[in-house]
Design a protein around this ligand. Structure first.
Ligand SMILES: Nc1ncnc2c1ncn2[C@@H]1O[C@H](COP(=O)(O)OP(=O)(O)OP(=O)(O)O)[C@@H](O)[C@H]1O
Ligand SMILES: NC(=O)c1ccc[n+]([C@@H]2O[C@H](COP(=O)(O)O)[C@@H](O)[C@H]2O)c1
Length: 349
């Protein structure tokens, strides 16, 4: 029986924001590699691009990392490495691969896992609270350093042909030394693309194309567009990511439109009280009527409101005519399930 080659899958991307498809790519790739019987995938690493990458609508890496961190709670084998996004300038993918390779060699040569040096700790300060994820925990057994393969969508492979985007020597290093696992994407024809490229044909045996039969053309661009328009992205992103986006008002999420689509995930329910304590700028009580026609009141911290209420003199009381828009109230009570708001449009200005 031949021994299986150990593989680490590395995916570089903007993750702006991370989608379920970014996570699924790892599952699809691992299944495909395992099916061959030749590989054992021991870990997955996601490396978010740094802020120096001048891509339209790229939100700061601090947010993208926090969203990734939240999303990766659902995986026990995919980790984030924040090295790339804490560099002062944009790092090419070849450079990220070199760094990952060094890390693995270091791990392999030492009996102890590396602890971040003081310098690294300083570098990571800008990305709050994600230190525990910065060095992916990879268990290496045996003498062989695992092979790192770049995991990507077919569009990334096809971007190799964009003039000036990739250095030829980088492509040679990525494909020749490491290898690619390419997930098919709508509208792409990776086999034809490889056929048309001399350099890719040369290293063809290092390119593993995986057809995603459960076709899904989620992209972060489409997600950002939906968010901007106040449309639902539930089941496209992890609930924790949706929660984060809403809390930090990323991607132009409207405060007050189509709010039913932005209902909180179950893990956010019950937060209201904590947020009240948070508030140092007063609160407002909103009277609510449940479907059983019983009434309850909800105290809402003013600093969460996107209304014209005068924060300098917050008066505790019922909603008054100073709340500018009915749907703002919908926003305010969004954490209460099965409740109809028991006030009238007169509360709008
Ligand atoms: N639906 C998908 N199918 C296959 N690969 C995908 C899919 N979505 C993203 N990828 C791949 O995930 C990697 C990281 O994606 P990245 O966040 O940079 O792109 P994206 O989701 O296409 O974002 P954007 O729309 O902002 O360009 C890339 O290799 C990309 O090809
Ligand atoms: N020359 C290069 O190394 C090169 C060029 C373009 C994109 N990339 C990387 O590809 C990933 C995805 O980029 P896009 O989101 O622009 O498709 C990013 O991690 C980016 O850094 C690398």
């Amino acid at each position: 029986m031949t021994s299986q080659a150990k593989v680490v899958l590395l995916a570089c991307g903007s993750y702006n924001p991370v989608t379920n498809m970014h996570l699924r790519m790892f599952e699809i790739a691992r299944d495909a590699l395992h099916r061959t019987g030749r590989y054992q995938v021991i870990s997955g690493v996601m490396s978010p691009v740094g802020d120096g990458y001048s891509k339209k609508d790229l939100v700061p890496s601090k947010h993208r990392c926090e969203m990734l961190k939240a999303a990766l709670k659902s995986s026990d084998w995919i980790k984030m490495d924040t090295w790339e996004c804490t560099q002062s300038t944009w790092s090419t993918t070849a450079k990220v691969l070199r760094h990952q390779k060094q890390q693995l060699e270091f791990l392999n040569n030492s009996t102890h896992k590396p602890s971040p040096s003081k310098r690294r700790r300083r570098q990571h300060n800008s990305v709050s609270d994600i230190q525990e994820n910065q060095v992916p925990q990879i268990d290496i057994e045996g003498d062989h350093v695992p092979n790192i393969k770049l995991l990507c969508g077919a569009d990334l492979l096809e971007s190799f042909a964009v003039p000036g985007l990739w250095e030829e020597e980088d492509i040679e290093y990525i494909v020749g030394t490491h290898g690619l696992v390419v997930i098919t994407r709508y509208g792409s024809d990776p086999l034809k693309f490889i056929y048309e490229s001399d350099i890719l044909t040369k290293f063809q045996e290092n390119i593993f194309i995986v057809t995603e039969w459960i076709y899904n053309d989620i992209s972060s661009t489409k997600v950002r567009r939906a968010l901007r328009r106040g449309e639902s992205v539930k089941y496209v992103l992890q609930d924790s990511v949706i929660d984060y986006i809403r809390e930090h008002h990323l991607y132009g999420v409207p405060d007050n439109k189509y709010i039913n689509h932005m209902m909180p995930s179950p893990n956010q329910e019950g937060n209201t009280e904590a947020e009240e304590k948070d508030s140092n700028s007063g609160e407002i009580s909103v009277v609510l009527r449940s479907s059983q026609d019983s009434y309850s009141s909800l105290h809402l911290p003013l600093h969460r409101m996107s209304t014209n209420l005068d924060k300098r003199s917050p008066a505790k009381g019922t909603v008054s005519g100073r709340v500018p828009c009915f749907t703002d109230i919908g926003m305010l009570v969004k954490r209460v399930k099965n409740v109809r708001v028991g006030f009238t449009p007169e509360t709008c200005v």
